[in-house]
Design a protein around this ligand. Structure first.
Ligand code: NYM
Ligand code: MG
Length: 212
């Protein structure tokens, strides 16, 4: 029998909902349970493409909106062979943001539609589950405020949340909407039970392709 593959677990949400905290908690919990797991995050600011994105986010320079959208997507594509390899080797990947952030953030800008935005990520490895940490941007903002990076303002975050809502209508994807206003611990428990489920299901299935 072929070795069991790992699961591709994606956490999504607007800024400051606690994704990074929950990703770390989840990684520790899976490892404690004896599961092979690793963390990834997008944008991955360590690569050359990631550095361009990072300086754009820090408002060090401007970039054409289409160009930066494609850079975010390219920053995922440059990790695809690594993602596939790790999953095939039985490693579960916890991913802090993925193509859904890509589409939600760009399509919140005027003049962009969802379909155009999705094209650059069509064919990426498909997540086995997408955990959406749901919180009103006004509540997220109260948690210590948004930072100073591009997009970190209430109005834009509200548009982003609407766009995530559009993406969630896609029933070919396994979205789990979780209430991120709960305590870190309660939310963590909900996440781990959804993830254990996804890992068990993913084991015997081939890796899918996103939006294909
Ligand atoms: N972001 C993130 C995008 O606009 N497109 C993408 O494809 C991705 C992955 O980058 N405000 C935005 C969302 C965030 C910002 O992310 C930086 P983080 O997780 O704060 O480093
Ligand atoms: Mg941020």
């Amino acid at each position: 029998m072929a070795a069991k593959r790992g699961a591709l677990i994606v956490l999504e949400g607007v800024d400051r909902v606690g994704k990074s905290t929950q990703c770390k908690r989840l990684l520790e919990a899976l490892r404690q349970r004896g599961r092979a797991a690793e963390l990834m995050s997008f944008p991955d600011r360590r690569t050359e493409i990631g550095q361009l994105i990072s300086s754009y986010l820090q408002k060090k320079h401007n970039l054409n909106d289409c160009a930066v959208h494609l850079l975010f997507a390219a920053n995922r594509w440059e990790q695809v062979s690594l993602i596939r390899e790790k999953l095939q080797n039985g490693i579960t990947l916890i991913v802090d943001r993925y193509a859904f952030s890509g589409v939600a953030f760009t399509s919140a800008k005027s003049g962009f539609n969802l379909e155009w935005c999705k094209q650059a990520d069509v064919g990426l490895p498909k997540p086995d589950v997408i955990l959406f940490l749901n919180l009103e941007p006004s509540a997220a903002m109260k948690r210590g405020g948004f930072g100073t990076e591009r997009y970190e303002n209430l109005h834009f975050q509200e548009l982003v949340l609407q766009r995530f809502g559009e993406l969630m209508k896609d029933e070919s994807l396994n979205w789990k909407v979780l209430d991120a206003s709960q305590s870190i611990e309660v939310l963590h428990q909900e996440i781990i039970s959804n993830v254990e489920n996804a890992i068990e299901k993913a084991m015997d299935q081939p890796i899918g392709e996103l939006w294909n």
